[in-house]
Write a protein that binds this ligand. Structure first.
Ligand code: SF4
Length: 524
């Protein structure tokens, strides 16, 4: 069996990334790794290559497509390119939209973690009988059959497969991209939102206390069936409580990527500071986002081992982390991160700056903890990016005013950027059934204008600075090139008389645009 796996993650409606252009997710490489270890021949493709017709899918027996809910249009465009020449399977976070995916013609949808389904799915696709495949949803005539059962992958199955390293080369700009390497699966936040919920007919949490102070095992469920975690988030629903990947497996993968020329590695985790916390409570599940505190020994062992890789130690390869939960950031934690990750970015979720709203969303932290985390991380030499969401359930003018105030404080405390997302009511989350914010909503506009003004200020700080840029391609006009800031920053357009493609160069920033910055090569 030959499988074509198409990565549509973040490809949106048009089949190509318009934001996070330099990100390579960890999921598709893991699927390739699992399939290869099952003896299946598999090739990975970027969505844009398939949708724009640069590669054909002839010669394959099965199509697999990975994406998020916001990528369904691109997943369907890929399916059209496939043209029904064999079974087509959808996976990734878009699995919660399985009805839509099946209606468009996908044969089956894999729910959540690939390890649980793929070994039997391969046999099921060969025999044409998906009845025995765990965690898949498929159509049987007019009927939609779901084989999804509660639960999550545990060792020895979990971490028994290594993501494929070689297929990173299938991404055109892999050498310059931020390549995500999974270090934690799932999230420890099993708190739940206390806002009224459409899925309960407008009812809400009764405050029984189980998910906030109960036994760790008991926190997996809520007597009312409210999905765990922040109300807008899918992670605990799809991927379960936080489980840490053994150091040796992470190091082996990073070594492989570095050998192939990858220069930027992001240690991917819904919360990097969950790393090793699960080992402190096992065999119970880590469903408490606050206790125990961060496992400093485990984090140090991981970061130290990664910094023992020659090119990382010499500063030729950057290692970064993805997100941290603000409530787990203490002075000691920040200092430890600063020792290994100085000069790199780290994401901190605020979402709402209104103290009551923040907690009611199901956040594990308080607003003051977010601000303290930003301050400590900055002091330790990291570059915090703070995230907010507009249009959330429970949003009011009061919450928006407070969010603006807190973002301003965060910026003064050293947040390098503040980033605003628009709320999307994802299926299977607690906020399913809430409306999306209307375009032109005045509260959303107020937040957006404020964030854009901060963005302009933070970009203007770059004027005259010299930054390292990995130049990946030509940019329209003759003599213009596009590249990515190292270790992380805005996309850069460079004007130069000589060919810069494939090189890492110093660039002096001479102009800032809405999304990118412009510069010229600098000898400094
Ligand atoms: S378990 Fe459910 S009802 Fe109890 S506190 Fe948590 S969300 Fe509320």
């Amino acid at each position: 069996m030959r499988i074509a796996l198409v990565d549509c993650l973040a490809a949106g409606r048009v089949g190509r990334r318009l934001s996070s252009v330099d990100v390579i997710g960890s999921g598709p490489r893991l699927v390739v790794g699992i399939l290869k270890s099952l003896g299946v021949e598999v090739e990975l493709f970027e969505c844009s290559d398939v949708v724009e017709g640069r590669v054909g899918l002839g010669g394959f027996d099965v199509l697999m497509v990975s994406g998020m809910s916001s990528d369904i249009a691109s997943m369907v465009s890929t399916l059209r390119r496939w043209g029904g020449r064999g079974p087509a399977v959808a996976g990734g976070p878009a699995c919660t939209d399985y009805e839509e995916l099946l209606r468009y013609g996908f044969t089956a949808v894999v729910w959540g973690e690939a390890e649980l389904s793929l070994p039997k799915l391969v046999k099921g696709l060969t025999s044409g009988d998906l009845g025995g495949v765990p965690n898949v949803i498929y159509r049987d005539g007019e009927r939609v059959v779901s084989r999804v059962r509660p639960g999550y992958a545990v060792e020895p199955l979990l971490w028994s497969f290594q993501p494929d390293v070689e297929s990173v080369r299938r991404y055109r700009y892999y050498w310059a991209s931020r390549v995500y390497v999974e270090v934690v699966r799932g999230c420890s936040n099993f708190f739940r939102t206390t806002l009224p919920l459409p899925l309960l007919g407008g009812g809400r949490c009764t405050g029984c206390g189980v998910c906030r102070s109960g036994d760790l095992e008991a926190r997996l469920g809520c007597p009312l069936g409210i999905p765990p975690g922040c109300g807008y988030c899918l992670v605990p629903v799809l991927y379960g409580p936080a489980r840490s990947r053994p150091v040796a497996k992470v190091v082996e993968e990073v070594e492989g990527l570095v050998k192939l020329g990858v220069r930027r590695v992001v240690l991917s985790a819904p919360d990097f500071l969950d790393y090793g916390r699960d080992w402190l409570v096992r065999p119970r599940p880590l469903t408490d986002p606050r206790e125990p505190p961060a496992n400093l020994d485990a984090i140090e062992e991981l970061l130290n081992s990664l910094h023992s890789i020659g090119r990382v130690a010499r500063g030729e390869v950057y290692v970064m982390v993805e997100n941290v939960k603000p409530n787990l950031v203490t002075e000691e934690v920040a200092k430890l991160l600063g020792r290994y990750l100085r000069g790199t970015t780290v994401n901190v979720g605020l979402e709402s700056g209104d103290p009551e709203h923040h907690v009611a969303l199901g956040r594990p932290s308080t607003v003051e903890e977010v601000l303290r985390a930003v301050h400590l991380l900055r002091e330790a030499g990291l570059r915090p990016y703070v995230y907010a969401i507009h249009g959330l359930p429970g949003e009011s003018w009061r919450t928006v005013r407070n969010t603006i105030k807190v973002l301003r404080r965060a910026y003064r405390l050293g947040a390098e950027r503040v980033i605003l997302y628009r709320f999307r009511p994802l299926r299977a989350t607690a906020f399913e059934g809430y409306p999306e914010p209307r375009p032109g909503d005045p509260r959303g506009l107020a937040l957006r204008r404020f964030v854009e003004s901060l963005e302009r200020r933070s970009k203007r700080r770059l004027l005259g600075e010299v930054i390292r840029v990995a130049v990946v391609d030509r940019y329209g006009r003759e003599g213009y090139y596009v590249g990515y800031t190292l270790p992380h920053g805005p996309v850069v357009v460079v004007r130069s008389g000589e060919d810069l493609v494939g090189r890492v160069v110093n660039v002096r920033v001479v102009e800032v645009g809405a999304r990118e910055v412009y510069g010229v090569p600098s000898g400094d």
